[in-house]
Design a protein around this ligand. Sequence first.
Ligand code: KG4
Ligand code: ZN
Length: 335
Amino acid sequence: MADFITLGVESSCDDTSVAVVLNGTKILSNIISSQLDIHALYGGVVPEIAARCHLENLLPIYKLALEEAAIAPEQINLVAATYGPGLIGSLLVGLSFAKALSIGLKVPFIGVNHIEGHIYANILERDAIKPPLLCLTVSGGHTDLLYINEWGSYQLLGRTLDDAAGEAYDKVARILELGYPGGPPIDKIARGITTGIEFPQARSLADSYNFSFSGLKTAVINYVHRQRQLNQELNVPEIAAGFQINLVGQLIDKLFRAAKEYRVNAILLSGGVAANSYLREQCRMRCDELGIAFYYPDIRLCTDNAAMIAAAGYFRYQKDGATGYDLTANPNLQL
Ligand code: KG4
Ligand code: ZN
């Protein structure tokens, strides 16, 4: 088959990214412009600011992506862009850009589900992974446990009923004054602590594959408030570790219960929280015990990026063909 170049565009939240991917798996360029510094001032993403930044960033990033990949616009065979889930204004900027580019270049356009993108981050720069497998997608907006019997079709086994895992990290980091996003500093500060402060488990969901993190988050927040009221000094590393062990414990419990029930060949992690060192360590240990293959994306491919969108778009295009230009942004898109 002749070489096929997909241009990916990602703008669902606070990262503007454009990537050039060859044959669905080889990254020729993956430019990511994070708006973190601006949003950190507010302790979280401000949707209106995010959309305006995407608008300013997209064209220069597109040019950089082509330059780094050393290709001309005429070599692009397919334009893929995230159409949901995410922030409506942010999504619309990237989606409109991608459609316009596809019309201008006279090449097909494909809309990509952001969550499917995170799953496909696992196949970039790698040989094919054989289903059946489980994929745990854990990000700032999602906590989904998916069973994948064949690539491109997904069965949702469980999801969070309240906060997403990354959202819980961000909120707990905020109360502990560790900054935004909260995952990386908690990961770092909790490293090497084996128990930490014990917080209650989410017992009511024990029989399902659904998750719940808001009880844990509230327990941590209440604990911090109580300590402050009593003028007690906070042991931030112990609190962070207790929170992380509890949250990751819940993820691991369900993931490996499902792994046994569905007899999978492999387990994949995806989404920003897949960068978490404790989660990776625990998964590695359990997978080794059970003789299951374990994959997670390279750390720079865990968080939002356009290479994963190009990969998902390429394979979706092979399966279902192009998307019509009437496709609109869907902030609440499910898999
Ligand atoms: O996938 P992503 O970049 O954006 C969404 O689609 O949401 O994920 C961002 C989330 C944030 O909540 C961030 O705190 C979390 O991923 N995160 C981490 C780590 N690195 C990023 N959470 C835990 N440990 C990490 N090392
Ligand atoms: Zn994401």
